[in-house]
Design a protein around this ligand. Structure first.
Ligand code: FCB
Length: 450
């Protein structure tokens, strides 16, 4: 048996997002979010599902935190629903909404679980969408005001703050490909949205520094993927470089180098309208942060297409690989490559894997167990590569499984189960899967025994 032991202060967590787990969509003064609106629009979500009730975590959070404690977690990443705090986007705060998160954080502290708070995991107040949403530069200011309210009012220790979850997904899936809320399909709009999201991030970081929450770090979470060329041809290398520019560098460069990558500016400007910017935007966006959160699930392997400007390549799915229920290739080595590369090109900076996990077809057995061997193998493979990255000197400080419990998987509704804990949606009952017990063992050994 080989042992792979992690640093003593390594964080072992799991992650969730408000709209995916809370339910209580119109309770205690919460306003409508763009995901409430989108999921209630016919034809948008698999089987017309909504997050109205989902895991009912809003009412069952105590039981959820107790189960996290039983299963040994020492960290938990969750997001705050903006319209629970500001039902109209701005204006008067809803103190009942704030109280829910206070109670949750308090409960986590009682069980020695370190809370990581994400401020924006996609549930924009619909009232702001009605004013143009993220395509409107003002939304960045509303975001900073909302963030600032929390910095001042969430008067309990927070282990780390994350401004945005995956601005790439918000911009492109929501505004270029139409499959996420608000369901728009215009690439130039998506570019502007991406820029405004980054402005919101920078403004929130500045407000955070003003709030003087000493000792609490702030950062951002990006979805990143290692992009590899299918062959060693020059054409495939170019396609991979463009795709990497689109997927990774378009957000990493402005955040950590203070400028958009020139090759992508050239490519985008030939086909689309570039975002409107103002003097000072670059400095604002690259306001220094304390860490970077990385969400990674798979790799992107690309073949060239006819156009030299193509930045989405021709994705290839090798037939010999294993795939999850999302159709995502299981490729643990990619996480190692990504961590080493991000550290080399954008460091030095503490890194966290803020999401990693897999959807498989889980079945609740008669005896209420779920034998999710494939998830265990997936997580073990990816964690081993985290360990390898640590050996290479990458300052990886923690890892959060996506996700704590099965939940509303956006456009896929309840058809994809990513959780360590199985949810029976008919009864709201929770059943830890075998992967949850496996993770408990990993945490108690502070590493892997293979
Ligand atoms: C990420 C999201 C998360 C979840 C996983 C599967 O893009 O941040 O909410 O949907 O994918």
């Amino acid at each position: 048996m080989a042992r792979y032991i992690f640093p003593e202060d390594f964080l072992w967590g799991a992650a969730t997002a408000s709209y995916q787990i809370e339910g209580a969509h119109d309770e205690d003064g919460k306003g409508e979010s763009i995901w409430d609106r989108f999921s209630h629009t016919p034809g948008k979500i698999w089987d017309e599902e909504t997050g109205d009730v989902t895991c009912n975590h809003y009412h069952l959070y105590r039981e959820d935190v107790e189960m996290m404690a039983d299963l040994g977690l020492n960290a938990y990443r969750f997001s705050i629903s903006w319209p629970r705090i500001f039902p109209g986007g701005g204006g008067k705060p809803n103190l009942k909404g704030l109280d829910f998160y206070r109670r949750l954080v308090e409960k986590l502290h009682q069980h020695n679980i370190k809370p990581a708070v994400t401020l924006y995991h996609w549930d924009l107040p619909q009232a702001l969408q009605d004013k143009g949403g993220w395509n409107n530069r003002d939304t960045a200011n509303y975001f900073a005001d909302y963030a600032s309210f929390l910095f001042q009012s969430l008067d309990l220790p927070v282990d780390r703050w994350i401004t945005l979850n995956e601005p790439w997904v918000v911009a492109y899936l929501g505004h270029a490909f139409g499959i996420h809320a608000p369901g728009l399909s215009d690439f130039s709009t998506a570019l502007q949205v991406g820029h405004n999201l980054l402005l919101g991030h920078g403004l929130a970081v500045r407000r955070f520094r003003d709030a003087k929450r000493d000792g609490e770090p702030i950062g951002i979470t990006l979805n990143l993927a290692p992009v590899q060329p299918y062959s060693d041809s020059d054409e495939d290398a170019r396609a991979a470089k463009n795709t990497d520019g689109f997927m990774n560098r378009w957000f990493l460069d402005p955040l950590f180098k203070g400028t958009y990558p020139q090759d992508m500016v050239d490519i985008f400007s030939r086909a689309f309208t570039l975002p409107e910017t103002s003097a000072g935007d670059d400095a604002l966006i690259s306001e220094p942060v304390d860490f970077l959160g990385i969400n990674n699930y798979t790799r992107v392997l690309v073949k060239a297409s006819a156009s030299e400007d193509d930045f989405m390549g021709n994705p290839v799915n090798p037939s010999e690989s294993e795939y999850t229920e999302m159709g995502w290739e299981v490729y643990p080595r990619g996480l190692y490559e990504l961590l080493v590369r991000v550290h080399r090109d954008y460091g030095p900076l503490p890194l966290y894997v803020t999401e990693n996990g897999a959807a498989f077809e889980d079945k609740l057995q008669k005896d209420k167990t779920v034998n999710d061997e494939r998830r265990i193998n997936y997580l073990q493979g990816y964690l081993l590569e985290c360990w390898n990255a640590l050996e290479q000197g990458v300052p990886l400080k923690g890892y959060y499984v996506w996700t704590w419990m099965d939940n509303f998987e956006w456009a896929f509704g309840y058809s994809k189960r990513f959780g360590l804990v199985y949810i029976d949606y008919a009864t709201s009952k929770r059943y830890p899967k075998n992967s949850a017990y496996w993770y408990k063992k990993v945490i108690s050994c502070n590493g892997l025994e293979i």
